[in-house]
Design a protein around this ligand. Structure first.
Ligand code: ATP
Ligand code: MG
Length: 420
């Protein structure tokens, strides 16, 4: 029987990889321009990093983690997100001894046991950026500015920045109680999950996708009416800095984010092109995460962009697939040998070139060149070879010229250079 990939785990095929490379390259360029450095962290961590870091009463820890016991009896988990691992690495390697402020980014796969559907997979990719060690609201705005700048650079439109403040450990408990009181009166409207959330983590009810739960929470008290003066001041400053940067935002008091570690600033960027899975990216401040995992009081802020959802929004007319620069159609044994020599030479110069190893008919070779969308075809037969010449055909303009074979590499290099 044919073996298939595991449900929710996708192959990214060569015809779509150009978009992914473009997104990753743009992220590296933009983030490094903002002073961020890449960090690569393991895919596997001790389970308690996530259960303590993300919080027991969250969707991720409750039901979405890929957790297993290894052969030595350790409980390990495939990372469902990167922030906790990045914070662990920062503590473990004492990056704060070099400088208290660390600006880091990370690109890679995450794993969550969710019901696979469009825009929701079990292995999916995220681009994460985090700043550790700064409490100042300037950095909240800076991170958001970088995010929006990046999304625009990759070509996204119809974006909306939503922000909220979730308060801190001093003021949130009071809000939680108010919300609980409000929702207890409407508990008959809540789904089974939310009945439980009402006891363990009522803020998460905002995230529930069940319609009756959404109705129940429609007129709930707003978290921003309960935040303490310090949180209010922080939030006002974030808004002020965003305005200075020329960004427009929408206040969304119902956006609470699904992870326990968030405090104060929370934000999401939604796109109106995506249907129901419309959050491309989300992030926020987490001033308690480090305490949960390492006992140090270090503030942090960052975001995670879902790459599948981002890639699905890229402009359709943009060409991302790499096509060969040259296809050599060789006719006969001698020309094929010469074509092989030329192709190798071009590869060493970094010029994409292809040939037909079987040296089929000219017609079938031209068909392949067309299929590959080669920009040029070099036609090489016995007669041409004898004269040390070949015909170079521009596939777009159909212009043909005869060129001396020894000059071919230089001629092509010149054409590539002009194109760049
Ligand atoms: P959602 O409400 O859609 O479940 P989330 O709050 O769980 O999102 P985060 O943990 O904030 O998402 O992750 C950040 C981004 O990662 C999301 O905005 C989304 O683009 C992407 N993402 C999250 N889960 C998945 C998934 N299972 N498959 C594909 N992308 C995902
Ligand atoms: Mg989720």
């Amino acid at each position: 029987m044919e073996i298939k990939a595991v449900r929710g785990f996708n192959d990214l095929l060569p015809n779509e990889i150009g978009k992914w490379q473009f997104v990753e390259e743009t992220a590296r360029e933009v983030f490094e321009g903002f002073g961020f450095s890449e960090i690569r962290i393991p895919i596997l961590e001790r389970t308690e990093l996530f259960s303590r870091g993300i919080g027991e009463a969250t969707d991720i820890v409750e039901k979405e983690m890929y957790t297993f016991t290894d052969r030595s009896g350790n409980s390990l988990t495939l990372r469902p997100e990167a922030t906790a691992s990045m914070a662990r690495a920062y503590l473990e390697h004492q990056l704060y001894t070099f400088d208290p402020v660390a600006k880091l980014y990370c690109i890679g796969p995450m794993f969550r046991y969710e019901r696979p559907q469009k825009g929701r997979y079990r292995q999916f990719y995220q681009i994460d950026a985090e700043v550790f060690g700064v409490e100042n609201p300037m950095v909240d705005a800076e991170v958001i500015v970088m995010l929006i700048h990046f999304l625009k650079r990759v070509g996204l439109e119809k974006l909306e920045l939503q922000i909220n403040s979730l308060g801190c450990h001093a003021c949130r408990p009071r809000y939680r109680e108010e919300l609980k009181k409000f929702l207890t009166q409407k508990s008959f409207q809540l789904c089974e999950d939310c009945q439980r959330r009402l006891q363990t983590n009522p803020l998460r009810i905002f995230d529930c996708k069940v319609e009756t739960c959404q109705e129940a929470i429609a007129n709930a008290p707003k978290v921003t009416d309960f935040i303490c003066p310090e949180c209010q001041k922080h939030f006002d400053k974030v808004k002020e800095h965003l305005e200075t940067a020329g960004l427009t935002y929408i206040l969304n008091p119902r956006m609470v984010r699904g992870l326990d570690y968030y405090t104060r600033t929370a934000f999401e960027v939604v796109s109106y092109q995506l249907g129901s899975q419309n959050a491309v990216t989300g992030g926020g401040r987490y001033d308690n995460l480090f305490q949960e995992i390492g006992g140090l009081e270090i503030p942090g802020i960052g975001f995670a962009i879902g790459m599948e959802r981002l890639v699905s929004l890229l402009p359709k007319d943009k060409e991302f697939v790499q096509t060969p620069y040259l296809f050599i159609a060789a006719l006969g044994e001698g020309p094929l040998k010469e074509a092989y020599r030329i192709v190798n030479q071009l590869h060493l110069q970094g010029i994409r070139a292809e040939l037909d190893y079987e040296g089929k008919s000219l017609k079938s070779q031209m068909r392949r060149a067309d299929k590959f969308k080669a920009q040029y075809v070099l036609i090489l037969g016995d007669e041409e070879l004898k004269q040390g010449k070949a015909v170079l055909r521009n596939m777009e303009t159909k212009f043909q010229e005869e060129i001396p074979i020894p000059n071919l590499v230089n001629i092509l290099k010149e054409k590539v250079r002009r194109q760049e």
